[in-house]
Write a protein that binds this ligand. Structure first.
Ligand code: SF4
Length: 332
């Protein structure tokens, strides 16, 4: 299966999409915050990001879902900065320290070179774009640059879910696999813990748009994802993720056949140790409550992470090259 962006490149549509998205940077409405700043002139909105992409780490990632990581790893590009401010963010070193990330800005050719490095030198299965919501125009421009250089891997849009449906529409046919969080069912907690007071409405609209574009997960003969939607749900302590409401919504309003990834790896990172309700990992009873719910709702496709996974997934972006363990790939 050839990634959709190849034919869009050949028809000229990929260039048109890049230009349409870039024109919106003049009064930025790329994500739901709609800051209205002119990113082409160096003004910075909530995400502190300008015209060029910021790439904070590049590696073959072996800790994603089996259909994403496979045997050779997912070719992961971690964008710097974020349009959310999760108090428990595991990637806070690169998502919430915008002054440091400024030095990691790169031009589009360099971004395309990173994609080719992951494809040709590391032999990864896909290009996994992590925290792309504030860099949608930049990622499309990067792909436009990378196609004539030989890029052929499927693209994974790996997002916290706080996305603009209008921006996602421009990605129709470009993104092959959406890997989207559904973090909250309550705007009260989304505002308090992630500074995203209208998260629920936008994340649900985004997931419906993603599902409209790519539908259910399609695997190849090796069990690797080629196309489709995976919805991730991170269980939070004290039921703060609203698992019951979110998963019920997913089964009833999207589809019981949608692929879900239930994550138990919550760890009180960053500011969370100082917030009582978020200062511990998930308990056995909280975990089984969610796994039983998944069964009851008939959500049969996907993965449920084992309890006790919280120690295995903590990245350290201060570590040179590879954030997940002392060994592995290094930056090109
Ligand atoms: S992408 Fe950044 S500047 Fe644009 S609306 Fe979102 S937070 Fe604001």
């Amino acid at each position: 299966m050839q990634p959709g962006y190849i034919s869009l490149y050949q028809s000229g549509e990929l260039r048109r999409r890049a230009e349409a998205l870039e024109s919106r940077l003049v009064s930025c409405d790329i994500c739901p915050r709609e800051c209205g700043v002119n990113r082409l002139e160096g003004e910075r909105g909530f995400c502190h990001s300008g015209r060029l992409p910021i790439v904070s780490a590049v590696c073959a990632h072996h800790g994603e879902e089996p259909a994403i990581s496979g045997s050779s790893g997912s070719g992961t590009i971690f964008f710097g900065n974020c349009n959310m401010r999760c108090v428990y963010c595991q990637n806070y070193q690169i998502s919430q320290d915008w002054r440091k990330q400024q030095s990691r800005e790169m031009d589009f050719h360099a971004l395309a070179e990173r994609m080719l490095y992951l494809q040709d030198e590391l032999g990864c299965h896909n290009i996994n774009l992590v925290s792309p919501s504030h860099f949608v125009p930049q990622l499309v421009r990067g792909v436009l640059e990378a196609v004539p250089m030989g890029l052929r891997l499927p693209l994974v849009y790996n997002t916290s879910g706080y996305d603009s449906a209008k921006s996602l529409k421009e990605l129709d046919g470009i993104i092959d696999i959406y890997l989207a969080d559904l973090r909250y069912a309550s705007d009260k907690w989304a505002r308090k813990f992630s500074q995203a007071a209208d998260y629920v409405e936008h994340a649900r609209a985004a997931i419906q748009e993603m599902y409209r574009q790519v539908g259910e997960l399609v695997l190849d003969e090796a069990g690797l994802a080629r196309r489709g939607l995976i919805v991730r749900h991170l269980i939070l302590p004290n039921r703060l993720a609203g698992s019951q409401e979110s998963l019920t919504w997913l089964a009833e309003e999207v589809s019981p056949a949608v692929t879900v990834s239930i994550m138990s790896q919550y760890f009180p990172a960053h500011r969370a140790p100082r917030i009582l309700s978020l200062s511990r990992t998930v308990s056995a009873s909280e975990y089984s409550e969610v796994t039983e719910l998944v069964d009851r709702l008939g959500l049969e496709n996907g993965w449920v992470q084992e309890l006790g996974a919280s120690d295995n997934y903590l990245p350290d972006f201060e570590r040179e090259g590879y954030p997940f363990s002392p060994t592995g790939a290094s930056l090109p």
